[in-house]
Design a protein around this ligand. Structure first.
Ligand code: G3P
Length: 220
């Protein structure tokens, strides 16, 4: 499963990229706003730090506007930048045009199996079901991933990658992997939690204590 960082903060991308496990980065207008940085400069820098797909989102609501923004982002930013388009009728049409021009699209704000199917049929390279936002309103976000993966398993012609998004916990990441999602985009705080385990910490502590004893006996 591709591990993608959901962030527009350069320092966060630098830190996780240094782990050597980062397959891509997703941004959106909210993350850009929170980062305090300029949109294109931020995406440019992120694309230099990570060679995987970097999602940059369009903000137009009409097909023509989305296509124009997508083309502009593709022309003005590094090759690994892909275009995030919302899952609307206009977004489907824009995805179909952009995909026809060889431009990879990440269709975002997917909340149902039908939307996922349409995104795939329109030619999106990735589709992003938002797990956490379904949980937030009392629904089961992981169930949507399970349903989509069930459909994908029955339809090998569907090549669009399912990118679990709006992730809130390590459990969300692990469940996405168990269900066979192709990718998960993970907020910085949760990404950091993926490496944590108290038995790793206590194991290091006891190995070091024993090594100190070995050294004290002059056996190192
Ligand atoms: O990648 C989509 C993600 O940024 C949305 O997450 O936490 O705003 O629902 P959230």
């Amino acid at each position: 499963m591709e591990l993608i960082l959901d962030s527009a903060v350069i320092a966060e991308v630098e830190e996780i990229a240094a782990w050597g496990v980062l397959d891509g980065v997703t941004t959106n207008p909210t993350l850009i706003r929170r980062s305090g940085g300029d949109f294109k400069r931020t995406v440019q820098r992120i694309a230099e730090l990570c060679s995987g797909p970097i999602s940059a989102e369009v903000t137009a609501l009409d097909t023509e506007g989305m296509v124009a923004e997508g083309r502009d982002l593709k022309e003005s930013l590094p090759d690994n930048v892909i275009i995030k388009v919302p899952c609307t009728a206009e977004g489907l049409a824009a995805t179909s045009i952009l995909a026809g021009e060889g431009i990879d699209v990440n269709m975002t704000l997917v909340f149902s199996v039908s939307q996922a199917l349409l995104a795939a049929k329109a030619g999106a390279a990735y589709l992003s079901p938002f797990i956490g936002r379904l949980d937030d309103r009392g629904e089961d976000g992981m169930h949507l991933i399970a349903e989509i993966m069930q459909v994908w398993n029955h339809n090998p012609d569907l090549t669009c990658k399912v990118l679990a998004a709006s992730i809130r916990s390590v459990e969300h990441v692990e469940a996405s992997a168990r269900l066979g999602a192709h990718a998960a985009t993970i907020p910085y705080k949760v990404f950091k939690q993926l490496i944590e385990h108290e038995l790793t910490d206590s194991g290091i502590e006891s190995f070091l204590a024993d090594w100190d004893a070995v050294k004290a006996e002059g056996r190192n």
